[in-house]
Design a protein around this ligand. Structure first.
Ligand code: TPP
Length: 605
């Protein structure tokens, strides 16, 4: 006989037709206390983040994160930027945090939405960008039981998050509970910002109803924050570290290599003072303004390519400050210097940026602490050799570029460095743009401020990050230099142009695919290379501009590019300046430029 398992007659259900609350009855029914309390909890959280210094937040749509979104939007100290795609929201937050140098919050709903923030969290981890990620989640009773949009969000980002916390609503929002929330907000903010900056993840389970029928009443004084308006927990920066015990006196052939640091203005001026005082060549990548000092060497990427030409420039000591520059020749040169050459890494957070294992000393303190104490008798002839080589290479590169008809990728990088002033932020995409900027950006003031997502070297999210930089510095122009593949990868980022009212000038180098891959051995693989590695698409960017209502220019020569840039910066609008190039010609030009530069250096020997 067939058995009936668990079949019962349908019971009258609370949500049967007719029993649901009508729109007009919502306000009449008192809000459940848990619902009010989760809004109060989030209001306290956001209030405390704002007290710490939060000024920007990115939202993305959904139902479960409604209480978080509303709490952020209702906080007058925080500007909220709405994004449709969480990936764009995450990278926008990265750009804003990079430009502002302080944490930016980003929120999303539960499920795959939270997973969409993974690339930005990864970049923020490796790029040391302070982010506060607020993911909404289903409460415990709706996890792993087939409820919609519920995935396992606990520690979703793994070790990429500097700190994870499940922000469960306390049973009673009494004084102790409110203290916990306020303390937790401060902890999130300070953890993201201090020490080695990075992303923190707060996962917030929220129960329905998610929206209140009546506005929240002001908090009782004993449950509110500090009466002076300050954060619940202040972060007291540690006193300057104890005086260093540096190698003294400085070896006569000391070279200083500088990359991005958190505190660039201060570090760059300390480097400049040190380098000038002791006549030390400075190999500074474009992301630090140390590149503008009197002894800055712009063309290290070229000078170190040929071991024979690099030999007279060999140091007996290397001081390394900040991120490792992108340049492959520089990395290879550092790796090959040998154990007799001391390499000192100065890093307040002991970042271990040393893929070759060549560093023999880590100095875990602010660079100025070390540089101020160093003294010695440098070798002036050796510094002169560096400068002579740099001047020759720079002149040869410029002369070769000047003989080219039309616009090329290195020429655009060079001219942006010459034309854009220090008030401009130049956001540079990964792939060839950052490499061309590294070699062709001049090493003299005034230069634009250069930002780039080099934490994980992804081409993703670049447009969004540039918009974020524009949001963080209102009134100051941002120019994005980007390849076509990176642009198409973050096409959704262009939605910000229509939705956020920000100004951005995008200079897109359209070579119909990934030009960088032509520099690699894989380029010899014929049709599979073209289809699967170079990935041409045949898209003319005027159609992209039309889709998003962007201004579009297609300059073919320098004066037109200059005019397009002038018209775009300060216009208040988003402009797409498309520079058409050819991948094969680009490779050939890079080779000609390198040959000319190296020949000029050789002629001086
Ligand atoms: C998210 C991500 N996917 C893939 C890559 C691998 N990658 C590096 S460069 C590149 C092509 C970039 O092409 P484009 O932006 O047009 O710049 P170009 O190489 O022409 O300078 C790709 C796909 C990456 N770095 N990041």
């Amino acid at each position: 006989m067939a058995r009936t398992i668990g079949l019962r007659p349908a019971a009258a259900h609370a949500s049967a037709p007719g029993s649901g609350r009508s729109v007009t009855s919502i306000a009449a029914v008192p809000d459940p206390s848990h619902s009010v309390d989760q809004h109060r909890m989030l209001r306290a959280l956001v209030d405390e983040l704002a007290r710490c210094g939060l000024r920007e937040a990115c939202t993305s749509p959904g139902s479960r994160n409604t209480p978080i979104v509303l709490s952020l939007v209702r906080e007058p100290r925080v500007r909220c930027f709405s994004h449709i795609d969480e990936r764009c929201a995450g990278f926008f937050a990265i750009g804003a945090a990079r430009a502002a140098g302080r944490p930016v919050a980003v929120t999303c709903t539960s499920g795959t939405a939270a997973a969409e923030l993974m690339p930005a969290v990864v970049e923020a981890h490796w790029g040391r960008v302070p982010l506060i990620v607020l993911t909404a989640d289903r409460p415990a009773e709706l996890r792993d039981v087939g409820a919609g949009q519920a995935i396992d969000q606990l520690k979703l980002y793994g070790d990429h998050a500097k700190w994870f916390c499940e922000l469960e609503l306390p049973p009673v929002l009494d004084v102790a509970a409110m203290r916990w929330i306020r303390q937790l907000a401060c902890r999130a903010y300070w953890t993201a910002l201090h020490g080695r900056p990075g992303p923190v993840h707060l996962n917030v389970p929220l129960r329905e109803p998610l929206v209140l029928g009546a506005p929240l009443t002001p908090e009782e004084p004993e449950l509110a924050g500090r009466p002076d308006g300050g954060p619940w927990v202040r972060y007291l920066a540690p006193a300057e570290d104890a005086p260093p015990t540096a190698t003294s006196p400085l070896p006569p052939r000391t070279v200083l290599m500088a990359g991005r640091t958190e505190d660039d203005a201060r570090v760059a001026s300390e480097i400049a003072a040190f380098a000038e005082r002791l006549g030390v060549p400075v190999l500074a990548d474009p992301q630090t303004s140390a590149r503008q000092g009197a002894t800055a060497i712009a063309t290290y990427d070229l000078l170190l390519r040929e071991p024979a030409l690099a030999a007279p420039l060999a140091p007996d000591h290397v001081i390394r400050i900040g991120d490792l520059p992108t340049s492959k020749p520089l990395r290879a040169w550092l790796a090959a210097l040998g154990p007799d050459v001391a390499q000192t890494l100065v890093d307040p957070f002991a970042g271990w940026q040393d893929p070759a294992g060549a560093v023999d000393g880590i100095f875990p303190a602010q660079p100025g602490r070390l540089l101020r104490t160093l003294d010695g008798s440098p070798d002036p002839a050796w510094l002169a050799a560096w400068r002579d080589a740099d001047e020759r290479a720079t002149a040869a590169l410029a002369a070769t570029l000047d003989t080219q008809a039309g616009l090329s990728e290195p020429l655009v990088a060079r001219r942006l460095g010459e034309w854009l002033g220090p008030e401009v932020t130049l956001f540079v995409a990964s792939s060839m743009p950052i490499r061309d900027v590294e070699l062709y950006l001049p090493a003299r003031a005034p230069l634009p401020r250069v930002l780039s997502n080099r934490g994980a070297n992804g081409i993703d999210g670049t447009i969004s990050a540039a918009f974020g930089a524009a949001a963080a510095r209102p009134g100051q122009p941002v120019v994005l230099l980007i390849g076509d593949v990176a642009l198409l990868h973050d096409l959704g980022g262009l939605l910000a142009a229509r939705r956020l009212g920000l100004e951005l000038t995008i200079v897109a180098l359209n070579n119909d695919g990934g030009g960088i891959f032509h520099f690699l051995p894989v380029s010899g693989e014929g049709a599979p290379f073209e289809e699967h590695v170079a990935t041409p698409h045949g898209i003319s960017l005027d159609r992209v501009a039309a889709l998003f209502d962007l201004g579009h220019a297609n300059p073919g020569a320098e004066p037109e590019l200059h005019a397009a840039l002038d018209a775009a910066t300060g216009s208040g609008a988003v402009t797409l300046i498309e520079v058409r190039t050819d991948r094969r010609e680009n490779l050939a030009l890079h080779r000609r430029l390198a040959d000319a530069g190296l020949a000029a250096v050789a002629a001086g020997r």
